[in-house]
Write a protein that binds this ligand. Structure first.
Ligand code: B12
Ligand code: SF4
Length: 452
């Protein structure tokens, strides 16, 4: 096998606002580890990695590996001109990015990742920078935007090749076509524990490590892209997950771990419960964070107690709406009774209401302000903390057709309008002031108790 050199690039975020809620390009680190395992040389540039940007004083970071990004104001893209809000680029400066590229030898191919669909301007900028450094180097784009908006990515980013899907499955063939030889990256052979750990040792910082205990989700909520990104549900052996936690904790001193799973608590008897018992058995003094919504249904008194004792510090549940009709129509992943029960178990385990975050979707097609208000009050009355999550319409999801009918912008033509903070599908009857009142109501609902 001929050894090849790859550069992996995580582009900037371009948005009205962004906060580093443990945002790490885990997909790229997974691909880097597999390329390395197959004997190739890999370098990674994470434009969001503050640790890689020693020239600037870092912005305020939280105590648990989250915090602010570096950012600078940039002109709004043409489509967003009428929206009078400041627009920013988050991450390292373009000069720093050029310096990093200039410090590297020309790779055989550059693999660019992507996250939110409406962050594509940062992807196009990164590809422009790569072209400037090595005009002839092949650039392959993958990741979430490339999967959900492949056609758009083909004309809007300047990539030579746009590859939708999980990289370890789609890259081997593309690399063979491009470079010749064979690239065996799907090394797990169907065993999700057969692969090496993500190559996070290449990251500029290991203050928080992202973890995946599974891929995909057994549910099919109509607003969610999980099935498009990872078809089928595959779970790892919980004990092997603890091995990974122990690896980062003991070798790199990492204390904060962040679960990126779509379905961390599903089938908890066979997954989360043994994992937490093992964490406690090994005495791993770590903190765990779940910024992505957890499932309420599988929560038992035992699981709640284990979560508390094992160090789960950031917990967020996906409840989305208190409307029983909408719960049912969007996929039936949770009922109101299940939420009440779960919140009670967590409080019995030791959590304060303010520490039990519950996401409520806001701005769904056809949703009235009354429904959101009802959700806020119900979550608060259940002894938990309501957190509004603005709906981002996603092409290819079952709700997309309805989103198109209700959208206030041309979401079909322009992914910039998928931006959750634009509330693109908000009912016309709900004004900005109404939305602000809902936000205030949610904030006030958890004004007491310890800080979270
Ligand atoms: C964890 C997560 C978060 C984390 C952040 C993590 C991060 N890295 O950014 C947090 C909790 C902060 C977050 C927040 C939000 N999120 Co989010 N999030 C996810 C989640 C669950 C997992 C992403 C992930 O890292 N997966 C694991 C890695 C391994 O997978 P991956 O990155 O896709 O990489 C694989 C492939 O894409 C591919 N690949 C990747 N790079 C490359 C490169 C090449 C060259 C190739 C070939 C392949 C390739 O191979 C990789 C390995 O298999 C996804 C859902 C999902 N299942 O993906 C939603 C998701 C991305 N989020 C979504 C949304 C809506 C949001 C929010 C707007 C929610 C809200 N309303 O508040 C916020 C916005 C954040 C912001 N403004 O800052 C949407 C996307 C919306 C959109 N329009 O793009 C998703 C898809 C969920 C959904 N609703 O369906 N999120
Ligand atoms: S349960 Fe969560 S991850 Fe699964 S389909 Fe529904 S919203 Fe997506």
């Amino acid at each position: 096998m001929r050894q090849r050199a790859f550069l992996l690039v995580n582009p900037w975020i371009t948005d009205f606002a962004a906060y580093d809620l443990w945002v790490r390009p885990l997909g790229l680190y997974i691909l880097a580890s597999r390329l390395r395992e197959a004997g190739h040389r890999v370098e990674i540039i994470d434009c969001l990695d503050g640790g890689a940007d020693a020239a600037r004083r870092p912005p305020k970071r939280g105590a648990w590996g989250q915090g602010k990004f570096f950012s600078e104001e940039i002109p709004r893209p043409e489509a967003l001109r009428p929206i009078r809000r400041r627009y920013r680029r988050y991450g390292m400066t373009p000069e720093r990015f050029r310096e990093r590229l200039a410090s590297l030898a020309r790779p055989d191919a550059v693999l660019v990742g992507s996250m939110m669909t409406y962050w594509y301007p940062g992807v196009a900028d990164a590809i422009r920078g790569i072209r400037g450094a090595w005009p002839g180097a092949p650039v392959i784009l993958g990741g979430i935007y490339a999967t959900l908006c492949a056609d758009h990515a083909r004309f809007a980013t300047g990539a030579d090749l746009v590859l939708p899907g999980e990289g370890e499955r789609v890259l081997p063939r593309a690399l063979t076509d491009l470079l010749g030889g064979s690239f065996d990256l799907d090394v797990d052979g169907g065993d999700p524990d057969g692969a090496p750990y993500p190559a996070l040792d290449l990251a500029g910082r290991l203050d928080a490590v992202p973890l995946l205990t599974s891929r995909g989700c057994p549910f099919r909520c109509t607003y969610c892209a999980s099935a498009l990104l990872s078809p089928g549900f595959r779970a790892r052996d919980p004990i092997r997950v603890v091995d990974e936690i122990e690896h980062w904790h003991r070798r790199f001193g990492t204390v904060d771990f962040v679960f990126y799973d779509d379905a961390l608590l599903v089938d908890s008897t066979h997954r989360a419960v043994p994992m937490l018992e093992e964490i406690l058995r090994r005495g791993l003094a770590c903190r765990f964070h779940c910024p992505n919504g957890l499932h309420v249904r599988d929560l038992s008194p035992r699981l709640a107690s284990l979560m508390f004792r094992a160090g789960f510090r950031t917990i967020r549940f996906g409840f989305e709406t208190a409307s029983a009709a909408r719960q049912e129509a969007t996929g039936g992943k949770v009922t109101t009774e299940e939420l009440r029960r779960a919140a009670a178990y967590l409080r019995e385990a030791g959590y304060a209401p303010r520490e039990i975050g519950v996401y409520l979707l806001c701005g769904l097609p056809g949703q009235r302000a009354e429904e959101v208000k009802h959700g806020i009050d119900l979550v608060a009355a259940s002894g938990a903390r309501p957190i509004l999550a603005e709906y981002s319409p996603i092409p290819g999801t079952p709700l997309w057709g309805e989103a198109l009918r209700h959208a206030r912008y041309d979401i079909a033509a322009e992914p910039l309008f998928h931006n959750n903070s634009l509330l693109p599908c908000l009912e016309r009857g709900i004004s900005t002031a109404d939305f602000q009142a809902l936000k205030n109501r949610a904030r006030a609902a958890c004004a007491d108790g310890p800080p979270c």
